[in-house]
Write a protein that binds this ligand. Structure first.
Ligand code: VG1
Ligand code: CO
Length: 640
């Protein structure tokens, strides 16, 4: 019998028969399984009968009071847990991408698929990093998280972890997991999420691992995990019954315990230390200021009400899609102009509110909008950095340094220059910021992909970014009397452009689909690599003259580690850039991303639509790459 099928599921779990319907041997299950290969599947726990199980403990564990103050009881005296060694075989294709391992949920539901990866992870860590230690477990509430949580808990117990802190119902946002790891001095933590990818039986699932600083595991660890997935032969686990994650409290199994915690408390406390909540409250309680937050039926649904409504006084109807759902209400929980449709309609509609924001599946991304006005993420991080010292108490001595991912526009560079701050350009993916933060060289950073954050944790942070923007708007309006015109989001952005110049920026995404097969996308990349190998300074591209073209390499200034091939860039003499990358967060096929940027110092030319301002460069990007020829794609799926 397979592990997945012996795990008891809550009866409320609607699709508990799915596994039966989609077992590895079932011919009906043909699409996703093609991407994985079971070399010789040995079902997990094949020799264990759960009904007459000699459960791994003899007395029923008792839930006791937790740090978060829930029901108190006596802790059960349990003998040492019995560890079960379960034979397994390697499964191909378990290599992590930009942020964790992401696959179709049905791939993860295959026998041992998740269990193998989790065991490979423990096999990759030095024992002192987890034996008897504390790990955090959270997730975005997506389909399969409930089962996955039980698998992770049982394997953690089997590998000698001392304690797991789990968010109630398995819910905890990515930034909150990072915050809890840091606050509770845990050894690391898991996030069960495929982030902005859609969820539900036909969509995606994912897992990320963060280590003790709260930072996403670096490639040195993820490479080791991948290596171990190729040679794994056994899984260590304890087969106690599923843990009830719906009640707060401590469940003690003797040498292992599970503490179900409030996913919001530690995170909220941190936010109260970073920001001036009374300043933000003064803005949200103004009758002439309206705000709306779209949680996209994802994890920030659990955070929005306690923070924005209960603490900061926003009206309850300012939260849209505030209940986390396993399939995100059939939505694509990616906060951009295409997928955050509900919010965009409101903000661009008649009588729209002054401020709108959205967050993604796992709560680490953000989109900020003013009334009928979109703030590009590249501008957003620059504006937060420029205003942080006066508007956000955490930065009262000024930021230590600034950083952005390579494709993100140069707006932040200009702020760093003006404020005379250390500045860093890193590859795409939040894991590259952590070392700079730990070394005390970096405070505020961001990515063009709706990720913004600071060294208050080691992940990008959607709600933090919204609170940062609220702080800036509140600070600018703090002396405004009722009836006076308020400084708007658009005012803050246009003033910023007037001071620093405007970096016009756009990203075209050709998202994975049957039409965008990996083969065409890979050939396009080969073609581009061929061009850059022959290119030289002074080459003429339409109206642009090439300064250089390369495939971005990065040497971490703190630990000296090197990563290469992080994106093909064409940089022109006027500072304009065209960048090409393949996504590392998809679950099948290929997603091509094209990033286009051009700087405009003249304020009189700032009030132009980015698509118009960038048209010549966009055309150049499409013709140089021969994208249509290689991929057959006529149009991007998402334009930012
Ligand atoms: C994308 C973004 C990248 C971000 C990553 C994880 O990666 O471009 O900037 O760090 O997603 O974000 P890629 O490889 O698909 O371009 V999240 O919120 O999905 O964890
Ligand atoms: Co995310």
């Amino acid at each position: 019998m397979a592990l997945n099928s012996i795990l008891s599921r809550p009866s409320s779990f609607s699709s508990r028969n799915l596994l039966k319907n989609y077992s590895a041997s079932d011919s009906a299950f043909s699409l996703p399984i093609q991407s994985i290969s079971f070399l010789n599947p040995i079902p997990l726990f094949s020799n264990v009968s759960f009904n007459n199980a000699s459960p791994a403990f003899s007395s029923v564990p008792v839930r006791a009071a937790s740090a978060s103050g829930s029901p108190s009881a006596t802790v059960a005296q349990s003998p040492e847990l019995k560890i079960k060694i379960v034979p397994t075989q390697p499964i191909e294709g378990q290599k992590t991408g930009t942020s964790g391992l992401r696959k179709k949920v049905k791939v993860f539901m295959q026998d041992n698929y998740l269990a193998n990866w989790i065991q490979a992870l423990f096999d990759s860590l030095p024992p002192e990093d987890y034996k008897g230690g504390v790990l955090v477990l959270g997730g975005d509430g997506r389909y399969f998280n409930k089962e996955a949580a039980q698998i992770i808990i049982k394997i953690a117990a089997g590998n000698g972890v001392g304690k797991i802190l789990v968010g109630k119902d398995g819910i905890m946002s990515t930034p909150a997991v990072s915050a809890v790891i840091r606050k509770r001095k845990a050894n690391g933590g898991f996030v069960m999420s495929a982030s902005h990818n859609p969820g539900g039986p036909d969509y995606d699932w994912g897992i990320k691992f963060n280590y003790s600083s709260g930072q996403p595991a670096p490639e040195s660890i993820t490479d080791k995990i991948y290596g171990n997935t190729l040679s794994i032969s056994e899984i260590k686990m304890v087969d106690f019954p599923d843990v009830d994650l719906s009640l707060l409290g401590l469940i003690d199994y003797g040498n292992f315990s599970v503490e179900v915690v409030d996913p919001v408390a530690d995170y909220l406390e941190l936010m109260e230390n970073v920001f001036d909540f009374s300043l933000i409250k003064s803005l949200l309680s103004r009758p002439d200021f309206r705000f709306v937050f779209d949680a996209m039926h994802a994890v920030t649904g659990a955070y929005a009400k306690p923070i924005f409504v209960d603490k900061l006084g926003a009206s309850p109807d300012s939260i849209l899609n505030g209940v986390p759902l396993e399939d995100f209400g059939h939505g694509h929980p990616d906060p951009n102009l295409t997928y955050a449709e509900d919010l965009v309609k409101i903000m661009y509609g008649d009588n729209g509110p002054a401020f709108g924001a959205a967050s993604d599946g796992d709560g680490d991304r953000n989109m900020v909008l003013g009334k009928g006005f979109f703030v590009t993420p590249s501008d957003s991080v620059a504006i937060i950095a420029a205003n942080a010292e006066e508007a956000i108490p955490y930065f009262k001595s000024g930021p230590k340094g600034l950083a952005r991912s390579m494709p993100t526009s140069g707006a932040l560079d200009r702020v760093a220059k003006k404020l005379n701050l250390p500045f860093f350009e890193v590859p795409t993916g939040w894991k590259f910021f952590g070392n700079l933060m730990d070394a005390g060289n970096l405070s505020i950073c961001g990515e063009e992909s709706f990720g913004t954050g600071s060294d208050h944790i080691r992940e990008k942070d959607g709600i933090w970014a919204v609170l940062a923007w609220m702080s800036i708007i509140a600070f600018r309006n703090k002396d405004k009397k009722a009836g006076e015109k308020l400084v708007s989001v658009a005012d803050v952005v246009t003033e910023h452009w007037a001071t620093y110049g405007r970096n016009f920026f756009s990203r075209y995404d050709y998202e994975e689909s049957l039409e965008c097969e990996s083969e065409g996308a890979n050939k396009m990349v080969e073609h581009l690599r061929d061009i850059i190998s022959k290119s030289k300074e002074g080459d003429v591209y339409g109206n642009y003259t090439l300064q250089f073209a390369d495939d971005f390499n990065y040497t971490d200034p703190v630990d000296g580690s090197v990563v290469s091939k992080q994106g093909i860039r064409f940089v022109f003499t006027d500072g304009s850039r065209i960048i090409f990358r393949l996504s590392g967060t998809g679950s099948a096929g290929a997603t091509v991303r094209i990033y286009i940027e051009q700087f405009e110092p003249e304020a009189s030319k700032h009030d132009v639509d980015a698509q118009i301002a960038l048209k010549p460069l966009i055309d150049l990007a499409l013709s140089t790459s021969k994208l249509k020829e290689f991929t057959g794609r006529e149009k991007p799926t998402v334009i930012t």
